[in-house]
Design a protein. Structure first.
Length: 249
């Protein structure tokens, strides 16, 4: 999570600085460059920031661009005052267009990230299915799923334990939630709980074992990732059941 916070802070810094630097670069040409063209160049800077940052960074970049357009590129220079009506309209349009375009850029980037994530999830599920179709041993399927879970959920480690229900550990359930169920008390977690979390492996209605997840001290990964993890465990259970291994209840 510290990496995400650092990225967001860098994006906000870029949102403040990038339009300023672009406006300063245009100062030598401001007498020959129309206000409209200068505003278009600043919009490019806003889009560039939004493409790598958050919605907040995009909005800050749009505000920064409008402010520095006023300060450096409209008369009277070096003052936050605009006397020409046309320049006022251009500044307002710069702000509005910057806000709209920056939000569209962030949305497009998130959609692209979703597509990439979905493709990675599909690849994991297909990989497990191919191992089963190729007649690989159930142990090979379990090992493949174990490795996939580490990357998918961002775990410190993961191990598989055959046929035991000991310990009363928190459990990653089929709905993607993490619960600890004890007599008289049910706890739902928003972050990974301390210690290991179990992900049970069931095939053909039979319990074969569990993956013991060893997470880093960070919030739970997105629900979609957790649901894919449950699906991978189900594939491992199917492979174990098909092989006819001993099971519990």
């Amino acid at each position: 999570m510290s990496g995400y916070r650092l990225h967001d802070a860098a994006a906000l810094l870029a949102a403040l600085v990038a339009p300023l630097l672009v406006a300063l670069a245009l100062v030598p040409f401001r007498t020959d460059l129309s206000a409209t063209n200068a505003a278009l160049v600043l919009v490019v800077a806003v889009v560039a920031v939004a493409a790598i940052g958050t919605r907040t960074a995009g909005a800050v970049a749009a505000l920064s661009a409008a402010a520095w357009f006023d300060f450096f590129l409209t008369e009277p220079y070096q003052r936050f005052v605009i006397t020409d009506r046309g320049d006022v309209e251009t500044a307002v349009l710069l702000l509005l267009v910057g806000l709209i375009v920056s939000q569209l850029a962030v949305r497009a980037r998130r959609l692209q990230a979703t597509v990439v994530t979905d493709a990675a999830h599909l690849s994991s599920l297909q990989g497990t299915a191919r191992l089963a179709e190729d007649g690989r041993s159930p142990e090979a399927v379990v090992e493949y799923v174990r490795r996939e879970l580490v990357g998918l959920l961002g775990l410190r480690g993961c191990r598989f334990e055959y046929g035991t229900l000991m310990g009363g550990l928190p459990r990653l359930e089929h709905d993607g939630g993490v619960w600890l169920r004890r007599p008289g008390r049910i706890t739902e977690y928003g972050d990974w709980p301390d210690g290991e979390t179990e992900l049970r492996v069931i095939g053909g209605g039979h319990y074969y074992g569990r993956f013991l997840l060893d997470p880093l001290p960070v919030p739970l990964p997105p629900e979609q990732d957790r649901l894919v993890a449950v699906a991978l465990a189900a594939q491992a259970g199917s492979a174990l059941d098909t092989a006819g291994l001993a099971h519990l209840g």
